[in-house]
Design a binder for this molecule. Structure first.
Ligand SMILES: Cc1cc2nc3c(=O)[nH]c(=O)nc-3n(C[C@H](O)[C@H](O)[C@H](O)COP(=O)(O)OP(=O)(O)OC[C@H]3O[C@@H](n4cnc5c(N)ncnc54)[C@H](O)[C@@H]3O)c2cc1C
Length: 459
């Protein structure tokens, strides 16, 4: 007879782990199934050389401020029963910057840094900026905002297109789940998460994943790696269980899937949602000395290279329109970090990369890596003259490998299920495709869908 659980969770990324903890707290029998050998999806880790720990993905963690227990990090900690201090998030040591051909704004965890930059560069817009930030803190009419686009939202406040570009770019870089425009609700959430709540970094992502797994297991939750869900089973029009790649069937009353809406649909033999095409290429350079000693005096740097900001992936062999740089050790950690990683990345079309044959793929990978290293040198001359311990790159193919998101969609599919529902009763989506974008977004999504669909359904 098939084993039976109250809830099966597909994926041990941040959404799956937070949903698992939340359900286990309510004495639900929960099983998390993860196809990989490690948790975290692409925001995971690996070891190189003599056991040196590398974070894959991690640039920064948004929602640094945990004071508001009804929103963001505070809400996550309250719901998971974890003390915010146990995440060991450190604030940035240096400001971050937003650059377009029209100018530069600085920002940091003190909103005054961004406000001062806006006031200096766009004095006529400072009143609008203050109003915008205040309004984002108020309760929002989510369904109305979900139907509107971010340009309409910004257009209600700002007149200067250059300022709109500068404020839009970072939100799209950290949450632009589809080309063109994203919805105003997600835009507002991501803007608030970065600029009003601030950013931080754990010493490494393994620390956070270990913390979540320890909490889940302490509540009796079960987590199995190397278990790929190959099929979702239904009976009488309702979720019944899953079948693993090895043919094992496991039954449950409900299922929360972080595989993505389109991907979950395929597991159920259906066509739901739409996979995202916006993926990423990223080169990580490991230096032997702290980055700020090497002249890297920014924590994050986001660049739009076009005169007008557009959110789109390059087509074919077009190069890139945006760059992101993240300096992993420019945070005020309690202990000096032993790794000094600088990441530089650009957005790419997943379908383009997945369509390349093996030889062209390797050629393109080497070519774009050279370009990324060139962009680094242009911004930090002499940096790469230092003996770099190592550098390597990830491509949209890597994203597919670690997340199973079709086309390597970095923020999931281009259609979101805001309430987590799917057409199959008993089956829900969490994480990226419930609009829970980024690490904190995914953690929040796991909590919210567990609360409103399983623990207190109908509320
Ligand atoms: C290069 C890169 C850098 C990023 N950097 C940051 C950052 O600095 N800060 C930030 O906040 N966010 C960042 N993100 C975004 C962030 O990683 C995601 O938004 C977030 O991790 C999504 O979490 P999730 O749990 O929804 O999904 P995922 O992390 O995608 O987890 C889904 C999990 O489900 C598993 N799975 C899928 N299908 C199956 C199946 N059939 N059976 C079993 N298991 C399955 C996958 O293996 C995976 O572990 C980055 C993303 C990328 C790609």
């Amino acid at each position: 007879m098939a084993e039976r659980y109250d809830t099966i969770i597909i994926g041990a990324g941040f959404a799956g782990l937070s949903a698992g903890i939340r359900l286990a707290q309510f004495q639900k029998r929960v099983l998390i199934l993860e196809s990989h050998v490690l948790p975290g999806g692409l925001n995971s880790y690996y070891f190189r050389g003599k056991g040196q720990l590398y974070n894959s993905g991690l640039h920064t963690v948004t929602n640094f401020n945990a004071r508001n227990r009804r929103w963001g990090f505070g809400l996550i900690c309250r719901n998971l029963g974890i003390d915010a201090r146990d995440f060991r998030l450190a604030p940035p040591k240096h400001p971050s910057a937003l650059q377009t051909p029209a100018g530069e704004l600085l920002f940091g965890n003190d909103l005054e840094i961004l406000r001062g930059s806006v006031r200096d560069k766009f004095p006529a817009e400072i009143g609008a900026f203050d109003r915008f930030c205040e309004d984002l803190k108020k309760p929002q009419d989510a369904p109305t905002l979900q139907r509107a686009g971010s340009r309409e939202l910004l257009g209600e406040y700002f007149n200067d297109p250059h300022l709109i570009d500068l404020l839009e770019m970072p939100v799209y870089i950290y949450g632009g789940y589809r080309e063109g425009q994203i919805d105003a609700a997600t835009f507002g959430t991501v803007f608030r998460s970065i600029f009003l709540e601030g950013c931080g970094s754990p010493p490494d992502i393994k620390h956070v994943l270990d913390l979540l797994i320890a909490r889940f297991k302490s509540l009796g939750g079960e987590l199995k790696f190397r278990r790929r869900v190959a099929r979702i089973l239904s009976e009488d029009g309702r979720f019944r269980g899953v079948e693993l790649a090895d043919g094992t069937q496991i039954e449950a009353g409900a299922c929360l899937s972080s595989a993505g809406l389109a991907e979950t649909g395929l597991l159920a033999g259906e066509t739901w949602g739409r996979s995202g095409d916006l993926s990423v290429f990223e080169t990580v350079v490991a230096m032997n000395r702290p980055l700020d000693q090497l002249g890297v005096d920014r924590t994050l740097l986001m660049v739009s290279l076009e005169p007008e900001f557009h959110w789109r992936a390059p087509e074919g062999r077009q190069e890139y329109f945006h760059l992101t740089l993240a300096a992993s050790d420019n945070y005020a950690f309690a202990e000096a970090p032993s790794v000094h990683h600088l990441k530089i990345g650009c957005f790419q079309s997943g379908t383009h990369w997945l369509g390349l044959d093996a030889e062209t793929y390797q050629h393109e990978k080497n070519r774009l890596e050279e370009k990324m290293l060139g962009e680094l040198t242009a911004r930090f001359p002499g940096l790469l003259d230092e003996p770099a311990a190592h550098h390597e790159s990830l491509t949209p193919k890597t994203v597919v490998h670690y997340t199973s998101h079709l086309n390597g969609g970095i923020y999931g599919g281009s259609v979101k299920s805001f309430d987590g529902g799917t057409p199959l009763p008993g089956l829900f989506v969490i994480g990226n495709d419930q609009a829970g974008i980024g690490i904190m977004g995914a953690l929040t999504s796991g909590v919210i869908v567990a609360n409103y669909k399983i623990i207190l359904p109908g509320q």
